[in-house]
Design a protein around this ligand. Structure first.
Ligand code: ASN
Ligand code: ZN
Length: 324
């Protein structure tokens, strides 16, 4: 795996080379000097081998838009996500040390997914295929993937079973908040759908997941049915999907939705702050269960917003069956 230091160096060398050549893409954006963000977008050139990542560097920080729309969407959406973390949570980049944020687009051939590559320390986006596409154009998807990186630096959660589902959940929580911020939606007015712009025409479904009604996002004879569950009473352990990390995340997702809805206003004002401080509390272990995580959110809610807020959060968890 390529170390991040090597990527930082490559980024610097690239900027230097481009500046020397004086090519068009090297022209800085008018307001690039104001930005401390460090984004680099690469073209994976359809490799499906993670060892060949990141690929060819196409747009580094401060470079003008290029001809590849996907590159520009990744660049812009990563910028929006980083700004959100900075504005609402005072967190700078993925590690609070302003490290470079690497994305590769055009991964694989008709690859229908996006992911955070822990080994390569970067985000990876496919072009999509028959059912799913437009990952780089979806702000909630970029927020979700980048949050996997943030989670590694706040409270790492093992990607298996309940801690794995919490890892997925936290990525959905920050992905949805960023989308609601961009669309100026309150907890009450938002649709709480993750990846609604990823579902290609012809597929019977509205999104990848629904935080409000887990299990109802899609039901297509070819693609299958949304497998998410929304309550502990439907928690049937499985070996698939790392022990159901994308299936059981529906349970805490719904709890977050219920808490946000009960608080009113914007999701990032109360529920989001509680969840963020939970991840920053040092009280979430990498093998945390739903109930252990829930207890920390209730604890933080009390500290930050008082006894009524703690009650609101406890009720949200009780309502999805995460209770003792
Ligand atoms: N898009 C998925 C995710 O970030 C990819 C995966 O299953 N790791 O959760
Ligand atoms: Zn994920």
């Amino acid at each position: 795996a390529r170390a991040r230091a090597a990527k930082d160096l490559e980024h610097a060398l690239y900027l230097e080379a481009r500046a020397k050549e004086g090519i068009e893409a090297a022209q800085p954006d008018a307001d690039a000097s104001k930005s401390t963000t460090k984004r680099s977008v690469y073209d994976a050139e359809h490799t499906s081998s993670e060892g060949k990542l990141p690929g060819k560097l196409v747009r580094a920080e401060g470079n003008k838009a290029v001809t590849d729309k996907n590159v520009n969407e990744a660049y812009d959406n990563v910028g929006t996500v980083l700004q959100f973390y900075k504005d609402k949570f005072k967190w700078i980049s993925i590690d609070n040390k302003n490290s470079i944020v690497i994305s590769s687009v055009h991964f694989g051939d008709m690859y229908e997914n996006a992911f955070w590559d822990t080994e390569e320390r970067q985000m990876v986006f496919g072009d999509g295929g028959e059912f799913l596409g437009n990952f780089v154009g979806s702000i909630d998807v970029i927020g979700h993937e980048l949050t996997h990186a943030v989670t590694e630096h706040t409270s790492p959660l093992n990607y298996q079973g309940q801690p794995g589902a919490l890892n997925e959940h936290v990525s959905d929580v920050f992905g949805i908040m960023i989308k609601q911020k961009v669309q100026n939606e309150t907890a009450a007015s938002a649709d709480w759908l993750i990846g609604e712009d990823c579902i290609l025409p012809g597929v019977k479904g509205v999104a990848l997941r629904s935080m409000k009604a887990p299990g109802t996002a899609y039901n297509d004879p070819r693609f299958g049915k949304d497998p998410q569950v929304d309550n502990m009473k439907n928690y049937t352990p499985t070996f698939e999907d790392n022990g159901g990390v994308h299936i059981f995340s529906g349970i805490p997702n719904k709890a977050f939705y219920l808490a946000s809805k009960a608080f009113g206003g914007y999701s990032w004002e109360k529920a989001g702050q509680i969840w963020w401080k939970t991840m920053r509390s040092g009280q979430v272990s990498e093998n945390s269960t739903f109930l252990q995580f829930a207890d920390v959110t209730v604890d933080i809610a009390k500290k930050e917003f008082g006894a009524d807020a703690a009650k609101t959060v406890r009720k949200a968890w009780d309502d999805v069956g995460v209770t003792r």
